[in-house]
Write a protein that binds this ligand. Structure first.
Ligand code: HEM
Length: 133
């Protein structure tokens, strides 16, 4: 079976929600469906309930486009952004792409998720083992 590349990994919204600053897990921020690993900036994103932590464990495209730190704006649906806001979102996407690795994609909660095969230990299984799953 082909090796699963890290960026082929998928997260439902509820799976992604775990990666929100929990000290035992990486920290993820999704933008336009791509999941970025921002763990290298744990001091910026990892303080639960503070500052940029609001963007973590979810797709925060709309908030980034609107330059908003409001919890209610931290949602994936960015279709109502203005042209200007859409540009801002693109700039954030480019910023994150330069700085952080993409570790997967967000999929709808009701999708069949192949990562489920790996249970809750997905992040601890070395990549070599993924090949045999
Ligand atoms: C008073 C307003 C603000 C100030 C003074 C401020 C300040 C800063 C500073 C100093 C950094 C660099 C942090 C670092 O790399 O160590 C930063 C990064 C950032 N800011 Fe703001 N910011 C403000 C408002 C906002 C707002 C409204 C947003 C909403 C989108 C935002 C989103 C971000 C993001 C996503 C980063 C990148 C963090 C990273 O990955 O390194 N900021 N900001």
């Amino acid at each position: 079976m082909a090796t699963q590349k890290p960026e082929d990994k998928t997260f439902t919204a509820s799976e992604l929600a775990r990666y929100n600053g929990d000290p035992s897990l990486p920290i993820y921020v999704a933008i336009k469906g791509d999941v970025f690993d921002v763990s290298s900036k744990r001091e910026v994103y990892g303080v639960i309930g503070k500052g940029y932590n609001v963007f973590t464990g979810k797709d925060s495209s709309k908030a980034l486009g609107k330059s908003s730190l409001k919890e209610e704006d931290c949602v994936a649906d960015y279709k109502d952004l203005t042209k200007k806001e859409m540009e801002t979102l693109e700039q954030w996407y480019a910023f994150f792409s330069k700085r952080y690795n993409i570790v997967g994609k967000v999929i709808p909660d009701n999708s069949c998720n192949k990562n489920k095969l790996m249970g809750t230990h997905a992040d601890r299984i070395p990549l070599a083992k993924l090949a045999v799953l």
